[in-house]
Design a protein around this ligand. Structure first.
Ligand code: NI
Length: 409
């Protein structure tokens, strides 16, 4: 199904590059327009309207309103070579469209016009790259065979648009054989691509816990059950799960990010609330942390006579790339960055992504496209109010996707 040969079929290499370079001003204009009108998850109405308008203008078949604001575009190649295939291949390309509840601090002409909402993760760029890919392919139908589905997904930042899109059938009819997707990435410099086989990003789980003690006078602790003391012991003990229970060869994180208790310095608080996040790569650890965290909390509460309420949820599974597809994407990306040194396999992160749900359904590869440029002061981390990226990466993203399409089948 996947050709990993480094030779494309009858493709003029310089033609792809020059056609995409000609598209670069459009890519920048689309990205900036999207950047000015950021929208939160499942509210991407203006964004979806913009995408649909473009697809309509280019005569590309598409379906809107999938999982509220999602869109799927379908493009059929017309390359005439005879293939020894049982059926035509279907490759999906996924782009997320949502923004974050952050007030932008960049002073640029294209800064966010929506108060308190900002494209601080680069999803505006992802949407522009997917649009550019759709446009390019629609203008070069004779350069590929099979079908390409471009999935414009809502709500990656939460609560997650991938799952409802899959449930709505976006991977069916025609059935998708493989999927690719990218994230513009400021942890990598422009001109590099992070591709790896296996785990790329972590599973994301979260918990909220309330410790129910017994309040009282700060000078009379013997009459109380001090929820602050219980919570403090729990916070410490939770750290031993990664340090003492998980195989040290595995990577995992337990972070308690919130801890709230008390109203006055001389009052013992009857309740304490904490919440945190859990990350890990190995899918076999699913369920482990939920169980172990509860054991720790229950044990400590019991020893103090306190009670607890625990709410634990699994959000996203880990992002696991198929080895064959990772090698395929690497073989295409290396021709865009033009040197094997531009491929960075050590690009794992404990961040999460709901691309993982697509990768559980079909083999695929999610990769990072280097977008930082220190010389232009474009290196703020993702989700920072001054996040921005080097827009040169937009054309590179389109070129990688186009090469994947032309060589997949
Ligand atoms: Ni993101």
């Amino acid at each position: 199904m996947v050709s990993t040969s480094s030779k494309p079929l009858n493709i003029d290499l310089s033609r792809i590059r020059s056609d995409i370079q000609a598209l670069q001003p459009q890519l920048v204009a689309w990205r900036r327009k999207l950047h000015q009108r950021p929208e939160l998850g499942f509210q991407e109405h203006l964004t979806a309207e913009f995408v649909a308008e473009k697809l309509q203008e280019w005569g590309i078949e598409h379906q809107t309103g999938i999982a509220k604001t999602g869109i799927v575009a379908t493009i059929r190649g017309q390359r005439s070579e005879v293939r020894q295939k049982e059926k035509e291949t279907v490759l999906a390309i996924r782009a997320d469209m949502d923004a974050l509840p952050i007030q932008e601090e960049n002073d640029v002409p294209y800064r966010s016009q929506h108060d308190g909402v900002m494209h601080a993760c680069g999803h505006d760029g992802h949407t522009a790259i997917a649009l550019g890919t759709a446009y390019y392919l629609s203008q070069h139908l004779d350069t590929f065979s099979g079908t390409v589905k471009i999935i414009f997904q809502p709500a990656e930042e939460g609560p997650g648009g991938a799952k409802p899109m899959i449930e709505a059938g976006v991977l069916k009819n025609p059935d998708v054989d493989a999927i690719v997707g990218l994230h513009l990435w400021n942890n990598l410099p422009l001109g590099t691509v992070g591709v790896r086989s296996g785990a790329l990003m972590a599973a994301v789980e979260k918990f909220h816990c309330t410790i129910l003690g017994k309040g009282g006078h700060g000078a009379m602790p013997h009459q109380t059950i001090d929820s602050v003391v219980v919570a403090a012991q729990i916070v410490n003990a939770l750290q031993t799960i990664v340090a003492r229970n998980v195989d040290p060869i595995e990577s995992a994180v337990v972070t308690v990010g919130e801890l709230h208790a008390g109203t006055a310095l001389n009052v013992i608080a009857d309740t304490a609330r904490m919440s945190g996040t859990v990350r890990y790569f190995n899918p076999k650890l699913e369920g482990y942390f939920a169980q172990r965290i509860e054991q720790v909390i229950a044990g400590i509460c019991q020893s103090h006579g306190a009670k607890y309420e625990l709410n634990y949820s699994h959000l996203y599974p880990p992002v696991i790339n198929d080895p064959g597809m990772a090698e395929f994407v690497r073989s295409q990306a290396v021709r865009v960055v033009e040197t094997p040194l531009g491929i960075v396999p050590e690009c794992q992160t404990m961040g999460g992504e709901d691309m993982s749900f697509f990768l559980q359904q079909v083999p695929g590869c999610y990769f990072f496209l280097g977008a930082a440029n220190l010389s232009k002061n474009l290196a703020y981390p993702h989700h920072h109010p001054r996040f921005d990226f080097d827009e040169t990466a937009l054309g590179m993203g389109v070129e990688i996707f186009v090469r994947c399409v032309e060589n997949f089948s």
